[in-house]
Design a protein around this ligand. Structure first.
Ligand SMILES: *Cc1c(COP(=O)(O)O)cnc(C)c1O
Length: 361
């Protein structure tokens, strides 16, 4: 261990494992942003945005792409482009869209959500999806869309493999439904599975992915799909307030992200393995290490360890005082995410602090 455990907040370097959204833009990104050639993107005239969109379409194997301000805006634009009011979408009950996006599809789009259970590996069982598809009947909403999440955030960041993606794609086609993938971390999935992202997305009508997570860009997501679909998503983005004018200033960072930051996600996966195994070895902590395949680790604290500390929130507070931040996600559960800016030494430090807070009383 290279860093001493610190007890005060003075001059502290914090090891922030709450999310890969806390990543800072790289020096190359700052430079590209400063020098970006820009135009009015609402008129389609920002050359840097156009270049980023072409790159995104290519890397996902789709015809066209669209730059959005956030992953939430990307997903909602896609849902609005696929579904009309009263249409139904089938999605996982642990999915980000169902769990963390304010129910925006219902609130803004009048889209009826049909949540079905996520399996521990983040998949939806084929038979559950098929059973949820509505027959044509005046009593029912119209099934229009299936939504998957890859990697699956609330399911340990598990990647959904190409064979499964294709099987759901075939099911969707058979029933004349569309398939959207929330691919916020699709490059983590591809890397973990040893395939190209485009291979995972062959049967998919639309995908959103984030530049602002492990790829370390300051903000932004992309939507990819057919040219016709992207035209409709473009209209949806506009009504959501997503027409961004000289957006090339931020798209420039996205270009650096796609060119340079994808292969280094392997470092985050390796650090997540070290973190998971280390945490599993600490008395009072449970980690399902075999579910850790990418950069997300969930840990559960033994109830007796929390009897005095009350909750995961109090535990997280105690860690934070000592320079380690992790995210409480339930009464006894917390999430730690590895990312650009977190070194193996930082992981060692976090493990030592965690052990000390739990076990040295
Ligand atoms: C982060 C994330 C999003 C989008 O989040 P924004 O904060 O709106 O960019 C969507 N889906 C998943 C799975 C995510 O992890």
């Amino acid at each position: 261990m290279t860093k001493e455990i610190r007890n005060t907040q003075e001059n502290m370097i914090t090891v922030d494992l709450r999310s890969d959204t806390v990543t800072q833009p790289t020096p190359e990104m700052r430079k590209a942003m400063a020098e970006a050639e820009v135009g009015d993107d609402v008129f389609g005239e920002d050359p840097t945005v156009n270049r980023l969109q072409e790159m995104a379409a290519k890397i996902t194997g789709k015809e066209a792409a669209l730059f959005t301000a956030s992953g939430t805006m990307a997903n909602l634009s896609c849902l609005l482009a696929h579904c009309g009011r009263g249409d139904e979408m089938i999605l996982g009950d642990q999915s980000h869209i169902f769990y963390y996006e304010q129910g925006g599809s219902a609130a803004v789009g009048g889209i009826h959500p049909r949540p079905i259970p996520n399996q521990p590996d983040g998949k939806l069982a084929l038979e559950d999806v098929e059973a949820a598809i509505r027959p044509d009947n005046v009593h029912f909403p119209r099934s229009r869309l299936i939504v998957l999440e890859n990697t699956h955030n609330r399911c340990y960041g598990m990647p959904l493999d190409a064979a499964y993606m294709a099987a759901i794609g075939e099911l969707a086609q058979h029933y004349n439904l569309k398939l959207h993938v929330d691919g916020a971390r699709i490059f983590n999935a591809a890397l973990s599975l040893g395939v190209e992202a485009s291979e995972l997305l062959q049967q998919v009508d639309s995908v959103s992915f984030c530049l602002s997570k492990g790829l370390a860009a300051p903000l932004g997501s992309l939507i990819c799909g057919s040219a016709d679909f992207i035209n409709r998503a473009h209209r949806a983005r506009k009504v959501l307030g997503g027409g961004m004018r000289q957006a090339g200033v931020v798209a420039a960072a996205g270009i650096v992200a796609l060119n340079e930051m994808i292969p280094r996600l392997a470092e985050d996966h390796a650090n997540a393995q070290i973190l998971a195994r280390g945490l599993a070895g600490i008395k009072g902590i449970k980690v399902e290490s075999d579910r850790v395949k990418t950069n997300i680790v969930y840990l559960k604290i033994a109830h007796d360890k929390l009897s005095e500390k009350k909750s995961a929130i109090d535990f997280a507070d105690e860690l934070q005082v000592r320079g380690v931040k992790i995210l409480p996600t339930g009464p006894y559960q917390l999430r730690a995410v590895t990312h650009y800016g977190i070194s193996t030494d930082d992981i060692d430090y976090a493990l030592n602090v965690t052990d000390m807070v739990l076990n040295s009383h």
